[in-house]
Design a protein around this ligand. Structure first.
Ligand code: AMP
Ligand code: MG
Length: 325
C-alpha cells in the first residue's frame, strides 16, 4: 500500500446499543459515519417500538389484540408480514410467523422455560397457521386468538434498514453486527474483504470457519443460541417445528445464510433449520440468490459451492461441498 493511501485512511466510528433483546455493534468509516450511525440507532429503536411483541404501543401488539378485526400497520410491519408469509409458503410452513402462542408455552420469551403440558401445547398449536394472516393495503387481520411475532426475521430486516441509511448518507464502508447477525456495507476502507467468523455450535466460543464478504449479510440460526435442559435431561431450543410445536430436531444444529438481503437471510436461516439437512439442500438447489453453511448434529459441515473462494475452514473440520444438481 502506498504512503498516500494510508494517509487517507478514513475515520472509524463505533456505536453499541442494546435493542430487540440483543447487543448490537455498529462500525462505519468516513466523514459522515458519526452522525449517520446516530440516525441508524434512532431507526433501530423506532423499529423495536413498532415490532416488539411486548410493547402495548407496537403494531405487533395491535395485531395480537385485534379480536379478529382488521388493524392498520406501518410499512415496516407490512414488509415483514408479507415476506414472512411468502417464505412460509416457499418452505412449506417451516417458517410460521404465528408461532408465538407456542413459543410462550415453552417460556422462550420469559426467563422461566419449561416443557409445556401436552394439552396446553395442543391448544396453542390450534392457533398457529400463517395462512390465516390476511393483508390488504396497510390493513392486516388475523383470526381471534392468533398471535404473530417477528423474532425469526426482525434483526435481518433491521440490518437492511441500517445499511440503507448508511448508503443514503454516503457511508460506503461499514460492518453491522446485530447479536451475531452480521451485515457488511462495501468492503474495508483499504478495499479488502471483511472477515466474519461462524460459531462452532458445539463450542460457541470457537469458530468453524471464517468468510470473506462485502455487501452481504451473514445470518446464523443455531440450537446453542437459546435453550434449556428439561426435567428429563434433554436439551430444548428456541427454533420450533410448526408441524408439532417441539424444537426442530431434523439433524441440524446450525444454519448460516449468506445473502444480499438481511430479511430473506434471517427468515431462511430459521426456516432451513426447521427443514433439516436434505430439504435445506434441496431448497438451495432450487432457489437462487444465497449461499449457506450447515452443521449437523453428528458434527458434519456442509457449504454451498459458491462459497469456495471465500471460506476458510477451521482445522479439525472436514467440509463437504454442496453442488447444484
Ligand atoms: P432465529 O434466531 O432467527 O432463528 O429466530 C428464532 C426466533 O424465531 C425464536 O426465538 C422464536 O421467537 C421464533 N421462531 C422459532 N421457531 C420459528 C419458526 N419455525 N417460524 C417462525 N418463527 C420462529
Ligand atoms: Mg432467522
Amino acid at each position: 500500500m502506498s504512503a498516500e493511501s494510508s494517509s487517507e485512511e478514513p475515520e472509524l466510528c463505533v456505536r453499541d446499543v442494546f435493542a430487540m433483546d440483543t447487543f448490537m455493534h455498529l462500525k462505519a468509516y468516513g466523514e459522515h459515519a458519526d452522525t449517520t450511525l446516530g440516525k441508524a440507532i434512532e431507526r433501530i429503536l423506532l423499529l423495536e417500538d413498532k415490532l416488539s411483541v411486548k410493547s402495548e404501543q407496537s403494531d405487533t401488539w395491535a395485531i395480537n389484540h385485534s379480536d379478529g378485526k382488521a388493524v392498520s400497520v406501518s410499512k415496516d410491519t407490512m414488509t415483514l408480514l408479507r415476506k414472512g408469509i411468502e417464505i412460509g409458503e416457499k418452505t412449506n410452513g417451516a417458517l410460521d410467523i404465528t408461532l408465538y402462542p407456542v413459543i410462550t408455552a415453552w417460556g422462550f420469551t420469559m426467563d422461566k422455560q419449561q416443557i409445556p403440558d401436552t394439552q396446553l401445547l395442543a391448544d396453542r398449536m390450534s392457533l398457529v397457521d400463517y395462512t390465516g394472516v390476511l393483508t390488504d393495503g396497510d390493513l392486516v387481520s388475523v383470526p381471534d386468538g392468533m398471535q404473530v411475532d417477528f423474532g425469526a426475521l426482525a434483526k435481518g430486516y433491521t440490518s437492511d434498514c441500517v445499511i440503507e441509511i448508511l448508503k443514503k448518507n454516503d457511508v460506503n464502508s461499514a460492518l453491522v453486527n446485530l447479536g451475531g447477525n452480521v451485515h457488511a456495507l462495501g468492503s474495508k476502507p483499504d478495499g479488502s474483504f471483511w472477515k466474519v467468523g461462524v460459531q462452532n455450535p458445539f463450542f460457541p466460543s470457537e469458530q468453524i470457519c471464517t468468510l470473506d464478504i462485502s455487501d452481504m449479510a451473514v445470518i446464523t440460526s443455531g440450537n446453542y443460541e437459546r435453550y434449556f435442559t428439561g426435567s428429563d435431561g434433554k436439551k430444548y431450543w428456541h427454533i420450533i417445528d410448526p408441524k408439532d410445536g417441539y424444537p426442530a430436531d431434523n439433524g441440524l444444529v446450525s444454519v448460516t445464510i449468506i445473502g444480499k438481503s438481511g430479511l430473506v437471510s434471517d427468515a431462511l436461516s430459521t426456516a432451513l433449520f426447521v427443514l433439516g439437512t436434505e430439504e435445506a439442500i434441496r431448497y438451495w438447489q432450487e432457489e437462487e440468490g444465497f449461499e449457506m453453511i450447515l452443521v449437523t448434529d453428528d458434527a458434519k459441515l456442509y457449504y454451498t459451492e459458491g462459497l469456495t473462494e471465500f471460506i476458510q475452514i477451521s482445522k479439525a473440520w472436514n467440509a463437504n461441498v454442496i453442488f447444484r444438481e
